[in-house]
Design a binder for this molecule. Structure first.
Ligand code: SF4
Length: 179
């Protein structure tokens, strides 16, 4: 499917931003992985989608290098203020649901792709990590951060806003693909 049509499909799913991503701006950084290890989100060593289960920084870089096209996908929602935990969670859930939607649809558009969402894989309630292989390797979704990407930097290099100012919350992911 042509890129223009894919962009239309992604907009139909609801993303507020669907913007071209220059894959040469994707740099897998160990310092981002080190931030994961602090485990603020509680998912470090918990899912195959997250470090260290998603592979070394070199493996992540090599996986992303296989793709020649990319799109940045953002969900931008309203929040009352930075303490509006409920509002922030609502935007986060919307972004996650949209990515599940993309995961369900993308195989109808492309044959060679990689989806990087925000946060840990949500496919199974309980992940098999580390005791057994991933149940759905084709559907497991990793995040930009887990792959060592400094998200604000990727946005900046692609002329996409990362922070939408007061009263707005933004989550960012991307779709990498080959024609
Ligand atoms: S698909 Fe299931 S087993 Fe695989 S990473 Fe996601 S949650 Fe874990």
């Amino acid at each position: 499917m042509e890129q223009e049509r894919i962009i239309e499909k992604l907009k139909e799913i609801g993303f507020e931003t669907v913007a071209p991503l220059d894959v040469n701006t994707l740099e897998a950084l160990q310092e981002v992985r080190d931030m994961c290890a602090v485990n603020t989100c509680g998912m470090y060593e918990k899912r195959w989608s997250c470090p260290p289960g998603c592979g070394t920084i070199e493996e992540c870089a090599a996986r992303m290098k296989k793709y020649s096209n990319g799109l940045i996908l953002q969900t931008v929602g309203d929040i009352e203020d930075s303490f509006d935990f409920e509002g922030i969670m609502e935007v986060s859930k919307l972004h996650g649901d949209r990515f599940l939607n993309v995961m369900g649809e993308v195989k109808n558009w492309l044959s060679d792709y990689m989806i990087l969402g925000a946060g840990a894989c949500r496919k199974c309630k309980e992940c098999t990590y580390p005791d057994a292989p991933c149940r759905f390797p084709e559907e497991a979704m990793s995040s930009m951060e887990a792959n060592g990407l400094f998200v604000s930097d990727v946005c900046r290099k692609n002329n996409v806003a990362y922070n939408y100012g007061e009263g707005k919350m933004c989550y960012t992911g991307c779709l990498l693909f080959n024609d």
